[in-house]
Design a protein around this ligand. Structure first.
Ligand SMILES: [Zn+2]
Length: 318
């Protein structure tokens, strides 16, 4: 049994042929060409599957299912894409279009959910029956895995953790609300807090590392904090507090076995992990009891393909 996992991004359509252990046997990458019709893009997705099959030296008849991770939300029952802002798609029958070429089960889900499933399939949370994956990038996405299966909610929007409210009257969010989690825990948020601090304290190493205020990104703040800069350390500690509050909210609500951190800020590695692990206990409700392990994601860029393939696997497993 093999599965095709398609990672549909705004720039590339990446496809992997994946075995039941989560190993990629062959892969392909085709430019998405955002702005084209969905029929054209779906056709290229099918070509990508064919090319990856060839590289894996496998036959189409060996494929069990196709999974697709999209930067948007999908209706699990119909296989239609509800909304995909990067591609300008609304209510697109993607499953139906793929099935015009390949007579196989097709499953579609959000890319952060798919990345979380990948970690649960063959990454850091593989021995866990429940986990929550958080991606700390430009925005904040999440994937919820319960009993080995993704939980995307009754309406497909159940893991939009980035838009839970952390602060009433907080920083305005692109969603129209204020004080959303992603305004305080994304890489963008860390950069914003770093810029504010660097303007107030021009002597901070954040300035010298970034070169100019406009160049300050999350990495400059982290590097300055790692170097022991007092202002950067204060900004980073504040960021970690917001993230610890978010993880505590997840724990109070769901109590998963593991919380997995991925995305750009997670590249800070043990510097981030140690800081989170030291701040988290003060927020937890049941301090004496075991709590979710917090770990870093392991799969990196391949998570999209592996997770999409896993989507096919968990949905066709008897
Ligand atoms: Zn929001």
């Amino acid at each position: 049994m093999i599965y095709a996992g398609i990672d549909l991004g705004g720039t590339f359509i990446k496809t992997g042929i994946v075995d039941p252990e989560g190993k990629i046997l062959g892969e392909s990458s085709i430019p998405t060409g955002a702005g084209r019709s969905f029929e054209d893009i779906a056709h290229d997705m099918v070509l990508g599957v064919m090319e990856a099959l060839k590289k894996a030296e496998k036959d189409q008849s060996e494929l069990t299912a196709i999974g697709v991770g999209i930067p948007g939300i999908a209706d699990q029952n119909t296989g239609r894409i509800v909304f995909c802002p990067n591609l300008g798609w609304r209510d697109i029958p993607l499953k139906e279009e793929i099935q015009k070429y390949l007579d196989l089960p097709v499953f579609i889900d959000n890319d952060a959910t798919v990345a979380g499933l990948a970690e649960n399939f063959s990454g850091v949370s593989r021995s866990c029956s429940s986990s929550v994956f958080i991606t700390l990038g430009t925005g904040v996405g999440a994937g919820i895995i319960i009993n080995g299966k993704p939980w995307s909610g009754a309406h497909g929007v159940g893991s939009e953790l980035g838009h839970m409210t952390l602060l009433a009257d907080g920083v305005p969010c692109s969603c129209g609300n204020n004080g959303c989690v992603e305004r305080y825990t994304s890489a963008t948020a860390l950069a914003r807090m770093g810029r504010q601090a660097a303007m107030a304290y021009p002597d901070s190493q954040i300035n010298s590392i970034a070169g100019s205020i406009d160049n300050i990104d999350a990495r400059a703040v982290i590097d300055a904090a790692k170097a022991g800069d007092r202002i950067a350390s204060r900004v980073f500690d504040r960021y970690v507090t917001y993230l610890a509050m978010t993880i505590n909210n997840i724990t109070a609500f769901l109590d998963p076995e593991m919380v997995v951190l991925g995305g750009g800020v997670s590249h800070a590695g043990s510097f981030l992990l140690d800081a989170i692990r030291s701040q988290l206990p003060r927020f937890l409700l049941y301090k004496g009891l075991p709590s979710p392990r917090v770990e870093l994601a392991q799969l990196g860029n391949e998570a999209g393909m592996i997770g999409a393939a896993a989507l096919g696997r968990v949905n066709t497993a008897s």
